[in-house]
Design a protein around this ligand. Structure first.
Ligand code: FAD
Length: 501
């Protein structure tokens, strides 16, 4: 006989905790008796995590979030992709846009056709085949509209103030019946099978439950510390381990993209919000000392800082299991792969949706737990490989950091992918991965990886036909870009925030 979960306890109230609470308040309302979130006002959240991927729209839609209301509340802007500066080569600049490139030529995928053309015409720009890239470069934005045109498929994400997003979700969660308990977790109580039975808080209070979600951040108080689930360290592949973040005032209209600017031992981000800019430096402490990193960050700011730079140390990697017994870790408690492609919130969201799909009863079936762990592991490894690609492929020779990254051994899965692309420009067919053909194409090409020869099927198309078709695609995309309003005008009209006014 089924023994349903009666009480879900979420430990931690950062982005992960409140995203979990809001989702379960909406989707589990009739299935569980109680959802409780415990957070401590004395333990700050990590406070960064302001750039997202398009998957966030699915999350917001399930919750019924009104986009304009949410962007006003969080000072949010639209994101069409990421501009990489100094990646691959110091003088290099490329755009990794959301959405697909061009369109397929019958059975021939677009990338195979374009790569043949680009090998013969190296001056051709890949960006011209993606509306998000064209619009971003021109500072434009609008949501999808119409049918049968690239304008109908505009793919976008958001930048937002992370603490305001958590507050927004807290309002929704509490309105949906989640009980918030303020308190510091001092002890995690377990039974002799290694299941968590309750959390002991300061002041002697105790919160019992059936299912515990660990959203306590890097410390992983429940899954890591109390249940002893180990950490798989990936810093030999992703060596950045420290960041400093600092907000600055805005003096120009916000750009509809994130900027990622490489430096000699890592990179810097710049995330435009309506009421401020988020800036940060990410670096490897083995290759750059902290004073140099801070000075590099502060001297590169083009506007006055609104606060002192804040230090955040981390180790890249993941928990060896994401779900053990009656505890599931979501967010930083489950692992962290560094912020380069803004993947953390996406992984949070996937963890939540997957947990809901495999939602247990009090028997905690091994099949459900194993399926969850296998899928999350696959996803983490896929994101890991995509991030390593940025560091490993390139020709920068200006520092020991870049020389290390280019010569370090890489995971076999990534090595196989790179070899496949290098031989004839092949990208494996998509099988539900987070990063699609267009993502791999943009970054492999952008980092300077070139196939030795074109796909034979692409070589069978007459040169003139291929050139004409590609020219048609470029023209359609350019015309669509011309029709779009400026990002700033769209925000002013649709979701202007009054934060800081
Ligand atoms: P936290 O924000 O650390 O929250 C932990 C919570 O646990 C807090 O509420 C705290 O009070 C509570 N807690 C801890 N211990 C106790 C205790 N003993 N008792 C009670 N409560 C406790 N992600 C993206 O998707 N996009 C980005 O652009 C991005 N940029 C990043 C940049 C940097 C430099 C870093 C380090 C991360 C970035 N991330 C990004 C990741 C993102 O910030 C996190 O995934 C996200 O904020 C979720 O954090 P969290 O909720 O897991 O942990």
């Amino acid at each position: 006989m089924s023994q349903p979960i009666r009480k879900v306890v979420i430990a931690g109230g950062g982005t992960a905790g409140w995203m979990t609470a809001a989702w379960f308040a909406k989707t589990l309302k009739s299935d569980v008796e109680e959802i409780v979130l415990v957070e401590s006002d004395d333990i700050p959240t990590v406070g960064v995590g302001e750039a997202t991927t398009p998957y966030i729209q699915v999350y917001n839609q399930v919750l019924g979030i009104d986009e304009a209301e949410f962007l006003k509340f969080t000072g949010g802007t639209y994101k069409l992709g990421i501009e990489f500066e100094g990646w691959g080569r110091e003088d290099n600049r490329y755009f990794h846009p959301f959405g697909a490139f061009g369109r397929d030529f019958g059975a021939l995928p677009f990338h195979a056709a374009w790569l043949r053309h680009a090998l013969e015409t190296p001056s051709d720009s890949l960006e011209a085949y993606n509306l998000q890239a064209v619009a971003a470069r021109a500072g434009k934005f609008m949501p999808p509209t119409g049918t049968n045109s690239p304008l109908a498929e505009i793919t976008y994400a958001y930048h937002f103030d992370a603490s305001l997003y958590a507050r927004f979700l807290r309002h929704m969660s509490e309105a949906g019946g989640v009980t918030r308990i303020e308190g510091k977790i001092e002890t995690v109580l377990t039974d002799d099978r290694g299941f968590i039975t309750g959390l002991k808080l300061n002041g002697g209070r105790q919160v019992d439950g059936d299912l515990f979600i660990d959203c306590t951040g890097f410390r992983s108080l429940l899954l890591g510390e109390a249940l002893g689930v180990g950490f798989e360290d990936w810093s030999h592949w992703l060596p950045c381990d420290c960041a400093y973040a600092v907000p600055t005032v805005t003096t120009t209209p916000p750009l509809p993209f994130t900027r990622s600017i490489a430096h000699s031992a890592g990179w810097q981000w710049r995330i435009p919000l309506q009421h401020r800019n988020g800036n940060g430096i990410v670096f490897s402490s083995a290759f750059m000392d902290e004073a140099t990193a801070v000075s590099h960050l502060m001297s590169s700011l083009s506007e006055p800082a609104l606060a002192e730079p804040r230090r955040i140390a981390f180790t890249t990697g993941r928990r060896k299991k994401f779900w053990h017994n009656n505890c599931v870790a979501i967010g930083l408690a489950s692992g962290f792969l560094e912020p380069l492609e803004s993947t953390s919130i996406m992984l949070i969201q996937n963890g939540i949706a997957r947990l809901q799909y495999l939602f247990p009863d009090r028997a905690f079936e091994a099949a459900d737990i194993d399926a969850y762990n296998a899928e999350m592991t696959r996803e983490y490894e896929e994101v890991r490989d995509f991030l390593i690609l940025h560091y490993h492929v390139g020709q920068r020779q200006d520092s020991d950091f870049w020389r290390y990254c280019q010569t370090m051994p890489i995971p076999e899965t990534l090595a196989a992918r790179l070899a496949l692309f290098e031989s004839r420009g092949r990208i494996p067919p998509e099988r539900g991965e987070q990063f699609r053909t267009g993502n791999w194409l943009a970054v492999m090409w952008g980092q300077g990886l070139r196939p030795r020869q074109a796909d034979p099927l692409a070589l069978s198309i007459p040169h003139a036909d291929l050139s004409r078709s590609l020219s048609d695609i470029r023209q359609v995309i350019a015309a669509c870009g011309d029709r779009m309003p400026s990002h700033d005008a769209f925000i002013q009209h649709y979701c202007r925030s009054t934060i800081g006014m």
